[in-house]
Design a protein around this ligand. Structure first.
Ligand code: GAR
Length: 210
């Protein structure tokens, strides 16, 4: 059972049209969910570029299948977080993206990137923030014995997993759950709330600019 709030997504006709850049490190299921929401018309946006830091990650395969331009910016080739983030800014700025979406981007972002994309970066996290910030959130929630967990889509700020919460969904933990059994149920609701959170971030941006 999952409980999603807010339950009423912004209708597409009331959404601001957005150009999105997506960052991914892993399988890319959230990236695909965002592309699918755009193509269904639920999210008035276009993913103009996917950047991955792991050349062989699943997200690259999905990008190929979906026909989304994919660029590898491998963090291992940079001397610091700032240098990596400078390369990301140099990549996304000419593409005129409105928002950056961290869809399983497993790098801590530097203040430089936070400043460049203030209020314009959305992250998805597999826990009910502010609980279980950081890595291995699903494992740590289970180890803590919680009976309800979930996921959070939020704006990115300098504090890791600490920005303004946009959408959350709760997932009931079953007594016999393992990380392997719980993770797919959390992923399923991530795929539903991330597009809603992007639409909301777009609305907040438009209001701030008005
Ligand atoms: C998602 O569960 C996302 O919440 C998590 O990585 C997974 C990526 O899955 N992100 C974090 O843990 C960031 N702190 P995906 O590659 O299939 O979208």
């Amino acid at each position: 059972m999952a409980l999603i709030a807010p339950s009423v997504p912004i209708p597409a006709e009331h959404q601001t049209s957005l150009r999105l850049g997506v960052l991914a490190s892993g399988s890319g299921s959230n990236f695909e969910a965002v592309v699918a929401a755009c193509r269904r018309g639920d999210l008035r946006a276009e993913v103009v570029s996917l950047v991955v830091n792991n050349p062989d990650c699943g997200a690259t395969v999905r990008a190929g299948r979906l026909g989304v331009p994919c660029t590898v910016i491998n963090h291992r080739h940079f001397v610091s977080r700032e240098a990596l983030d400078e390369a990301l800014i140099a990549h996304f700025t000419p593409l005129a993206v409105d928002l950056l979406v961290m869809a399983g981007w497993m790098r801590i972002v530097s203040p430089l990137l936070c400043r460049s994309f203030r209020d314009r970066m959305v992250n998805i996290h597999p826990a009910l923030l502010p609980a279980f910030r950081g890595t291995r959130a699903i494992e740590r929630a289970l180890a803590a014995g919680v009976t309800i967990t979930g996921c959070t889509a939020h704006l990115v700020e300098e504090v890791v997993d600490g920005g303004r919460i946009l959408c959350q969904a709760a997932v009931v933990v079953q007594p016999d759950d393992t990380p392997a059994s719980l993770a797919p149920r959390i992923h399923a609701v991530e795929h539903r709330i991330l597009p809603s959170a992007i639409a909301l971030a777009g609305q907040l941006l438009t209001r701030a600019e008005a």
